[in-house]
Write a protein that binds this ligand. Structure first.
Ligand code: FEO
Length: 168
């Protein structure tokens, strides 16, 4: 059995993870339009990871005999002023998601749902990595500033990111 409050919150998190996928896909499309194929590929892989996150929540709700309720996904922004601005938005978004995950942990503890708490620990760890990765790219892009050659080198590096196993 899954408590109603946790079920509602997990359903909201499914929506939030799918929104994350939508946001990163929008960024991927924008990077493509700006001729940064490496960053476009990086964001596309990130979008795929977010879909996997949504499915992890989806499967957990199902396994607990809960009911998955899918709701409308908000349209993401479609334009950014620079690669740095896009990655700064990605970092801000990940920080927001971290807050949501922490709130879910608080709720699982309050509801004494140990299985939900254990499940959420994977996301607690994942968010540390997500924030660190986005933060490192933001720092790199700040150093590069408007140097086109250096920007293309960063694009090239980010294009080397490989999809997580099972996320293709
Ligand atoms: Fe699913 Fe990027 O957090």
């Amino acid at each position: 059995m899954f408590g109603v409050r946790l079920q509602d919150s997990f359903n909201r998190q499914i929506n939030a993870e799918l929104y994350s996928a939508y946001l990163y896909l929008a960024m991927s499309s924008w990077f493509d339009s700006q001729n940064f194929p490496g960053m476009a590929s990086w964001m596309r892989i990130q979008a795929q990871e977010e879909q996997q996150h949504a499915l992890k929540f989806y499967d957990f709700v199902q396994e607990r005999d809960g009911r998955v309720i899918l709701t409308a996904i908000e349209a993401p922004q479609g334009e950014w002023s620079s690669p740095l601005a896009a990655f700064e938005d990605a970092l801000a978004h990940e920080r927001k998601v971290t807050g949501m995950i922490n709130d879910l942990v608080d709720l699982a503890i309050a509801e004494k749902d140990h299985a939900a708490n254990v499940f959420l620990q994977w996301f607690v760890t994942e968010q540390v990595e997500e924030e660190a990765t986005a933060g490192q790219i933001v720092d790199r892009l700040k150093v590069v500033a408007d140097n086109p050659v250096a920007l293309l080198m960063v694009d090239d590096q980010l294009g080397k990111r490989a999809p997580e196993p099972g996320a293709e």
